[in-house]
Design a binder for this molecule. Structure first.
Ligand code: FEO
Ligand code: CA
Ligand code: CA
Ligand code: CA
Length: 584
């Protein structure tokens, strides 16, 4: 129902749905008149031979065939391929991480680093990606059983290729792989993107958490810059030498990439595309440049890290998807430099440019790609407040950057694109690429202008220093920690949030918020979907017709344990733990 105060003044937004209660609860909630149903949960079958979920007896062998842990990014790819179907397709879903304390009894969060070898194997099998076939019948989405497309990609067992400038370089070689061109698995897959030729890019983000051992020798500085400091959150290095940098100093160099997968071909080899750089990739937002090449935007999600853009050398050939197969291996990686006057430009990370020389340890372009962060430091990129999702709006060509928060920014370091120090609530940056010959924003341009769409936080609390449309929250709802985003067919922005451990303090749930970007409702955020307690919202993805929004509820009951979960969403059955799930 409408909130009482919504009748007070006319709502200037084009979004007119009645908002659900803006409160933290055991269950999920959605705007009145909409259905929100769980489609697939952690442990549900993916491949035809998958056993049923058995929470009292988790095994790596079962998890290899079941929906993985902590779903994040979601891509919808229509079936048949190339169609605009909105009732039949593939869902491609990332599994970012594992929270052992909610998977097994008797554990606290700190115990993750002392798991048994068998438990570590379950975690490895839970990481990665799932491809499932989904179909809408009589208004309800269901997973198609025994689909020929169904596939699990896991950290533990899925062989992948590495291509591009860093592939085959000695710094990518290990005892298990003398070629530097093959790697088993993908790690900490956060968000991602879809390419114009029908493949999916999945991002490798917080890879540092998995590596134990003291970094030393020639890779020590490189590992330290990626946060590998001998203090892993996971136990894996105790059970598997490849996660111990003292035994395999090059293994971390094989993670931190964007991985391209072809969900339409379940036998295809995933490929880590090293031309797009190595850092803590949040996601991969793609768009065509004015002359038909592919641009890929990606944020490096850590405090004071950077925003990147890759542009292919070659044009996308729409009539021949196979011709684009290796298009991401050749192009230019740029990092963003913002000026406080509202302008900015993309600085190429190219061997030989400025300080990117052998004198600084960059002997080949492979070194620039392996140590992208250090190259960007030297090129004086602008440190931002944790760049999460970066997505080009397909309707307007403007680019939206979710800057989730940065509690470490000092007040005297607040400036231009980082207007608050500290910044516990985050903000949304709007980038307008310089126009091409047709006058429209051109994703190939090396210059841009920028603006701040909104500063998150509660606008009724002065010390938050929030800034939205003035009718927020009378007609809308405030948000904190923007993380992922999507656009509906009209080009309106849909924002998912991740407050992490601050959810309880802020007193609002994570979920989906939406706002106009143009017109009288610009930056008036309205609340559409509430996550259950402890969960963050990931993966917003619309079907082409905008009738269905798929979302990923990640880590329900975070902050509690298997023995005493703060919610048992979505099953609400004694003995069954909370389970991250996709909701349609
Ligand atoms: Fe995995 Fe940047 O969130
Ligand atoms: Ca997450
Ligand atoms: Ca994220
Ligand atoms: Ca997140």
């Amino acid at each position: 129902p409408l909130r009482a105060d919504e009748t007070r003044t006319a709502n200037p937004s084009t979004l007119t749905f009645a908002q659900p209660p803006h409160v933290i609860a055991d269950g999920h909630a959605v705007a009145a008149g909409y259905d929100a149903r769980v489609l697939i949960r952690w442990g549900d079958p993916v491949t035809a031979d998958a056993p049923a979920f058995d929470p009292g007896h988790l095994t790596a062998e079962a998890q290899e065939k079941q929906f993985g842990t902590n779903n994040d990014f979601i891509a919808f790819l229509p079936l048949p391929a190339g169609s605009a179907s909105s009732d039949h397709g593939l869902l491609c879903v990332n599994h970012e991480y594992a929270n052992a304390e909610l998977m097994w009894p008797g554990l606290t969060r700190q115990d993750q680093k002392i798991l048994s070898g068998d438990q570590a194997q379950v975690e490895m099998a839970g990481h990665g990606h799932s491809v499932i076939e989904v179909k809408k019948t009589a208004g309800e989405w269901r997973v198609v059983a025994d689909s020929l497309y169904a596939r699990r990609l896991t950290l533990r067992s899925t062989v992948m290729a590495m291509s591009g400038p860093a592939a085959r370089h000695p710094r990518l070689r290990t005892k298990a792989d003398a070629t530097g061109a093959r790697v088993t698995g993908t790690l900490n897959n956060c968000a991602g993107g879809k390419t114009p030729w029908g493949t999916v890019l999945i991002a490798e983000e917080n890879i540092h958490q998995y590596f134990s051992g003291a970094p030393e020798g020639t890779e020590a500085g490189n590992h330290a810059r990626m946060g590998i400091k001998g203090k892993p959150r996971y136990s894996w290095g105790r059970h598997d030498a490849r996660f111990d940098v003292e035994q395999e100093p090059n293994e971390p160099n094989r993670f931190g990439w964007l991985v391209e997968i072809d969900p339409y071909d379940p036998a295809s080899l995933p490929v880590k595309r090293t031309a797009l750089g190595r850092f803590k990739h949040e996601g991969a937002g793609t768009a065509l440049t004015g002359d038909g090449r592919c641009a890929v935007y990606s944020g490096d999600d850590q405090r004071f890290e950077y925003l990147y853009k890759f542009v292919t050398d070659a044009r996308v050939i729409h009539s021949d998807p196979a011709a684009n197969r290796n298009i991401l291996d050749h192009g230019t990686l740029y990092v963003a430099r913002f000026e406080d006057d509202g302008t900015g430009h993309w600085v190429a990370l190219r061997l030989g440019d400025g300080p990117l020389t052998a004198a600084n340890g960059f002997k080949t372009q492979a070194d620039v790609m392996i140590e992208t962060r250090r190259a960007a430091d030297l090129m004086r990129a602008t440190p931002l407040d944790r760049p999460e999702d970066v997505e080009p709006n397909p309707v307007t060509g403007k680019v939206y950057v979710m800057l989730t928060n940065n509690t470490k920014r000092k007040a005297d370091d607040a400036h231009g694109p980082n207007p608050r120090g500290p910044n516990p609530y985050g903000h949304v940056l709007e980038i307008t690429p310089a126009p091409g010959p047709d006058g429209k924003p051109d994703h190939g341009a090396e210059t841009f202008t920028w603006d701040i769409l909104l500063r998150a936080g509660n606008p009724t609390v002065a010390e938050h220093d929030a800034d939205y449309h003035p009718a927020t929250p009378d007609q809308g709802a405030w948000l904190a920690a923007p993380d992922n985003c999507a656009f509906d067919p009209r080009g309106r922005l849909w924002i998912s949030t991740d407050q992490g451990s601050k959810q309880h303090k802020n007193g609002i749930p994570d979920g989906m918020y939406a706002c106009d970007l143009v017109g009288p409702g610009r930056a008036l955020t309205r609340f559409f979907f509430a996550c259950p307690r402890g969960a963050e919202m990931c993966g917003p993805e619309f079907t082409p017709d905008g009738e269905t929004l798929f979302v990923a509820v990640q880590h329900p009951a975070e902050g509690s344990t298997f023995d005493a979960p703060s919610t048992r969403w979505p099953d609400f059955t004694d003995g069954v733990p909370p389970r991250a799930s996709v909701v349609a």
